[in-house]
Design a protein around this ligand. Structure first.
Ligand code: BDP
Length: 716
């Protein structure tokens, strides 16, 4: 081996591996290893893999990301093959990593890397000097890193690694996690413990977990992270916090991950002592320019800012009678000299606006199409309201052809049972990205076609040993990353990969667990908010059912605002006779949604107020259909429990027990949602339960009295 590659002056990456790898000792199967669970393969698989991938890999590149890749591959193969690296030094085959620009070894192979862009990769079985090798190449170190993780995945999943050619490149440029982490360590809508960022001990102490976080993200192709909450504190832009962010950026850089910060619009007043934050005031613009310069001095590859403005009490340009474009463009000018970007959120609504909340963002942003600077990307939640179990796609997608838009998904399950419910979000994400805009392209295609493209996901990560508060919530982080790489990817195939990497490839386990995950989101919709209902949860915490709430100060924070149930019927009329939100969609879509008969049933009550005896496709009345959905949701969860129990022999005891316990909570919660909802709807419609339906366990007063004190993630 040494003789073979010696003349290419290759570097021996084992030393680097020892230096680069985090020292965190993995405790057996507590979930810490995520999907990067490099367990020894079964003997038959080992015999196949070992000759091709020895635990020593070579590159002559000095790109830090290629070095990271080599270190990761060494770590993976050493653990998977169960060998110590030195004992395999004589194995005469291996993997060569690198870029043509940085690695003479790769350059000599004259690989066709066209079309792979800055981040794509090629994995190829080939020969060098008559010796078989596996080559992982990209145009940049980032591509090599992603290709290496893809090769590791092949090995983990027992897929062939000889005779292969795998080419892949991301469809979206910005693949970004949004952490809603506060500087005091509390994570808004976080269900996995305190923030991963220990701001108190940064920048001096770089917790090894930061490196493992970066590894996990890089393995999915995630290339950016916004460190702090969109409900931002100005302090995150002070020198001490910039230094802390810089320390994190140093850890993430070798993994191809850039750091971004949420910016508070009034920071020039709070930190700079200015009298205004008016975006058209020259002093304000100068303050932001100087701030950007200061940040880039500390973090040379800083990505830019994320801004929540004029939403839920946050300050913004509207306070100065300026538009969102004025605000975004002022910041964009400040970051432009550094190649930075501004992600400007369209999650904007106001209680002072009597218009249907579902319409407000479109009304505000659509007229601004073409007015945003070219380094601004407008970040739009997948649906028009707020990360509900099911929403139609946001009408802004496809409606702003001269503006770059990036969808924002919520990975943390604020409205889907926190970390206690097993709800795999792959199908929700895919549904949002595949939605037909009525303009010849899906949401995913619209955004992938932008010159600046991206996908944001509100992170579900905290200090929990499982990272996400449960094993199955890891799959949601995973699915987000995979869909950010390829918005057209199949969520079931993603789940299958995750199960294989997380629990092992035993088909007796992979099939059933993938199937459990596949229907779990629909089950949550069924037991929480069937047929297009939304926003029925308890105030503040957003955990359990409270469709009866009607006394909150802001009208659009009350569930009754959304379901509009009365003796005659239920649902929000968004057709011409109501708010006419349907008119915000492309004509074909609008026409279909304007008529209950052509509205997809899963969205029926989002768009229509219908009588309780409205005839559904099943032949049932609407009321009977609603009850059937509640029952179906509860039955699915009961079934999840049974299936999981049966899998005990195939799953390690710790991870099995934790999941079993959470499923028990979920089943009780699903019944709670069903019973409380049915008790409430019956009190409104005065109808008897459909024949055969089991009455709620308690009366409505009991459900109304039930409190959810100290629920996690609820901002005070
Ligand atoms: C809502 C959350 C709130 C967030 C807000 C947002 O309840 O905590 O601040 O979204 O996205 O869903 O800004």
């Amino acid at each position: 081996m040494l003789r073979l590659f010696g003349r290419w002056a290759m570097l021996f990456w084992l030393m680097a591996a020892a230096l680069l790898l985090p020292s965190t000792a993995a405790v057996a199967d507590d979930g810490y290893d995520l999907w990067l669970r490099y367990r020894r393969l079964p003997q038959a698989a080992l015999d196949q893999v070992r000759p091709t991938v020895a635990a020593i890999h070579w590159s002559d590149s000095d790109d830090v990301r290629v070095q990271t890749a080599a270190a990761e591959l060494n770590r993976a193969t050493a653990q998977i093959l169960g060998d110590t690296p030195s004992s395999t030094a004589t194995v005469p085959r291996s993997v060569v990593l690198g870029t043509p620009g940085g690695s003479p070894a790769i350059a000599r192979l004259r690989l066709d890397l066209r079309g792979l862009g800055d981040e794509g990769y090629l994995i190829r079985s080939t020969t060098v000097d008559g010796q078989p090798v596996t080559v992982v190449a990209g145009n940049t170190g980032a591509g090599v890193l992603y290709g290496t993780f893809a090769l590791i995945q092949q090995i983990q999943l027992g897929r062939p690694i000889t005779g292969i050619t795998i080419r892949s490149a991301p469809k979206l440029k910005l693949r970004v996690l949004n952490h809603w982490d506060n500087l005091d360590g509390v994570v808004e809508r976080g269900y996995a413990g305190q923030s991963l960022w220990d701001w108190w001990t940064l920048p001096a102490f770089k917790d090894p977990r930061y490196t493992d976080y970066a590894r996990a993200n890089a393995s999915l192709g995630i290339n950016g992270t916004v460190l702090n909450n969109v409900n931002a504190k100005a302090e995150s832009l002070t020198a001490p916090y910039i230094a802390k962010a810089a320390a994190l950026a140093d850890v993430f850089r070798p993994y191809g991950i850039r750091v971004y910060l949420s910016a508070r619009f009034t920071a020039p007043m709070e930190l700079g002592g200015l009298k205004t934050a008016d975006p058209l005031d020259p002093q304000v613009a100068a303050w932001w320019r100087a701030k950007a310069d200061e940040i880039w001095r500390a973090i040379p590859d800083f990505g830019g800012f994320l801004v929540k403005a004029n939403s839920e009490g946050q300050p913004g340009p509207r306070d100065y009678k300026r538009t969102h474009a004025d605000g975004a463009n002022m910041l964009a000018a400040a970051v432009r000299p550094h190649g930075g970007i501004v992600m400007w959120r369209a999650f904007v609504y106001a209680e002072t606006d009597p218009e249907d909340r579902a319409k407000q963002a479109y009304t505000e942003f659509k007229p601004l199409d073409g007015r945003f600077a070219d380094n601004v990307i407008v970040q739009v939640k997948n649906g028009p309201i707020d990360f509900q179990p099911r929403e139609p796609f946001h009408p802004l997608f496809g409606a702003m052809p001269r503006t770059a838009l990036m969808p924002e998904l919520q990975i943390t399950k604020e409205y889907l049972g926190f970390n206690t419910h097993l709800v795999y979000l792959g199908p929700l994400f895919a549904e949002a990205l595949r939605a037909d805009t009525g303009r010849g392209r899906s949401v995913g295609q619209v955004v992938a076609g932008e010159r600046l493209s991206g996908l944001a996901g509100v992170a579900n990560i905290g200090q929990s040993r499982t990272w996400t508060g449960s094993i199955f919530d890891q799959a949601n982080w995973y699915a987000f990353g995979r869909l950010a790489w390829d918005p057209a990817a199949d969520p079931d195939a993603i789940a299958r990969d995750w199960v294989g990497e997380t629990f092992g490839t035993d088909p007796r386990l992979v099939g059933p667990v993938t199937a459990m995950m596949a229907g779990s989101r629909e089950a949550a919709v069924d037991y929480m908010a069937p047929l297009g209902l939304a926003h029925l949860m308890g105030t503040g915490h957003h955990y359990g059912p409270a469709p009866w709430i009607s006394d909150l100060a802001r009208p659009e924070w009350n569930p009754v605002y959304y379901h509009r149930a009365n003796r005659a019927g239920i649902g929000f009329d968004r057709t011409r006779t109501g708010s006419n939100a349907v008119a915000q969609y492309a004509p074909d879509i609008a026409r279909r949604l304007a008529n209950p008969a052509t509205t997809p049933e899963p969205l029926l009550l989002w768009f229509h107020h219908l009588p309780w005896d409205y005839r559904m496709q099943s032949g049932r009345t609407l009321w009977a259909e609603m009850v059937a959905h509640y029952d179906r949701g509860v039955a699915y969860v009961a079934d999840l429990r049974r299936q999981w129990a049966a899998l005990a022999p195939l799953v390690d005891p710790d991870r099995h027990a934790q999941t079993a316990a959470l499923l028990q909570i979920q089943e009780a919660d699903a019944r709670w949602w069903r019973d409380a909802s049915i008790a409430y709807w019956s009190s409104i419609n005065g109808l008897p339960l459909p024949p055969g339906a089991v009455p709620p366990e308690h009366d409505l007063a009991w459900y109304k009295a039930r409190q959810v004190p100290f629920a996690p993630g609820n901002p005070k």
